[in-house]
Design a protein. Sequence first.
Length: 94
Amino acid sequence: MNLLRCAYDITPMLEGTFTSESASPPTAARRETYLAFAMPEGTESPVVHALSRELFTLVELLDDFADPEIFKDFPEGHSVFESLAKDGLIEVSR
């Protein structure tokens, strides 16, 4: 998984809406954009996720090993981590 913090919203370029037949390339609006590139298990091509600043910061924090016990008081933490793992944004060892 790779994280990318952008000053411009480049998601229209990544969504594949721009082709050589298009009249002009999509414009990138100046806006902080937080992207995660992941390769979820069982997929053949990478997936790009646009994340909120808070979720980006959490995933960035979890890029290194983190003991799940530090989040024991986090409401609904288990389901959040399951979802992040399913999307290939974090790896979970049991």
